[in-house]
Ligand binder design. Sequence first.
Ligand code: FES
Length: 145
Amino acid sequence: MRAVVARHRDDRGALLPILHSLMEELGHVDPAAIPILADELNLSRADVHGVVTFYHDFRQTPPGRTTVRICRAEACQAVGGNELVDRARSRIGVGLGETTPDGAITLEQVFCLGNCALGPSVQVGDRLYGRVGAQELDRLLGEAA
Ligand code: FES
């Protein structure tokens, strides 16, 4: 964490780049980082906490081994994106932003994956899938479990 801070210390508005780097390198922003970042950047803990909690992209717990993101933006919503979210929730028993107890899958919503013409879109790890129906979703979740 201190190495990440050192890389960005002289940037203007260093907090956001640091948080993004922590997400890339560690997969989450541990709450224990908040006082350290506040100290390093001469900010209050409340300021850092406010930024971390304002942006939903900054997870505070480690993600599961596979992250499944289901698009809920307008184009995907029109072709069943919300129904996929409901199905995924009931299939794996966790809500959005949560991880299955065995640490296999983190379920997230996303607002556009740049695949609007082929919705509903789902991203599993780094792979993007289009025109995902209920059975395809079940298959993807089964493979990730
Ligand atoms: S709206 Fe879902 S990929 Fe763009």
